[in-house]
Design a protein around this ligand. Structure first.
Ligand SMILES: C[S@@+](CC[C@H](N)C(=O)[O-])C[C@H]1O[C@@H](n2cnc3c(N)ncnc32)[C@H](O)[C@@H]1O
Length: 284
């Protein structure tokens, strides 16, 4: 129930929150404050600006203070506090069992939209299920499987699929080990942070997102390197798309070439940085 009687104005509530979140060093204080207040009041964010009668009162004051504290003091990601995050056309439930889906991972979905009708696609390291679910949502003719070695992440992915009524198959597996040979395409946003970069991560990531979703050895390529080695003997996989850090693009392109892939291309994000490498090869 939205309070309309006495209370703090939306503007005052937001100003106080923005001050606290700014002081904590968060990058997008106004956006964060608006998302948290909209969540607490149970309204769309636009309504904070449009509805002049809206006030923050009673339980909402305490709930908003608690949410701002989680953001500013604990540095929890906004998506974990509000419990969901938009990804392509979907609104996904998210929590600390899996990484918060990032906008750059939408490039992996885009890269697979032109696959042949009816192709079988594997999303390795599916986390919340974001990539697998978005792809199946936009290309219902594909057979999509999401895999992860984390049982907790797979529980979240399954719950998202159920709630969104999107049919994806889920498998618990260490990369491609014990998975069948039925895949025509493999997409993966695997961990790719180098151990040496650990200290450079923002507190939101380091303190709250699962470490096993982030780190992959000295140069960040342990998981991707193993996946590509496994792909060299999976000759049915004719298309691969891998998310990575921009400085890894050249090394990953070389690994894919050595695994028999040609037409290796880099896809840039909105900032012009290489974020995805795609590669193709003729099916054996
Ligand atoms: C960077 S997160 C990406 C999650 C999701 N795909 C996304 O884009 O939001 C990496 C995911 O890979 C999983 N993972 C890490 N090592 C793995 C392995 N050896 N086999 C399968 N999954 C793995 C982690 O549990 C985590 O869910």
């Amino acid at each position: 129930m939205i309070a309309r009687a006495r209370g703090t104005s939306v503007r005052d509530a937001l100003d106080g929150a923005i001050t606290a979140i700014t002081a904590a060093g968060c990058e997008t204080p106004r956006l964060d404050a608006e998302l948290l207040l909209a969540h607490v009041l149970g309204v769309a964010r636009e309504r904070l600006l449009l509805d002049r009668e809206l006030v923050v009162a009673g339980d909402h004051v305490r709930a908003f203070q608690y949410a701002v504290r989680r953001r500013a003091v604990e540095r929890e990601p906004v998506a974990y506090i509000v419990g969901h995050r938009g990804f392509r056309r979907l609104d996904l439930a998210v929590d600390p069992r899996a990484l918060v889906p990032r906008p750059e991972s939408e490039l992996l979905v885009e890269s697979a939209l032109a696959l042949d009708p009816g192709a079988s696609v594997l999303d390795v390291g599916t986390g919340s299920g974001a990539i697998a679910l978005a792809l199946k949502d936009e290309r219902p003719d594909l057979t999509v499987t999401g895999s992860d070695n984390s049982a907790a992440a797979l529980d979240l992915a399954r719950a998202n699929a159920l709630r969104l009524a999107i049919e994806v198959r889920w498998r618990r597996a260490d990369l491609l080990e014990d998975l069948g040979d039925e895949f025509d395409a493999v997409l993966a946003n695997l961990p790719y942070v180098a151990e040496v970069d650990r200290a450079r991560l923002a507190p939101e990531i380091l303190r709250h997102e699962p470490a096993e979703a982030l780190f992959a050895g000295a140069d960040g390529l342990d998981a991707i390197r193993t996946l590509i080695a496994q792909l060299s003997s999976r000759s049915r996989v004719a298309f691969v798309a891998l998310e990575l850090a921009p400085e890894q693009a050249r090394a990953v392109a070389a690994l894919l070439g050595a695994a028999g892939y040609a037409n290796v291309e880099c896809v840039s994000d909105l900032a012009g940085m290489d974020r995805v490498v795609t590669a193709r090869r003729a099916r054996a």
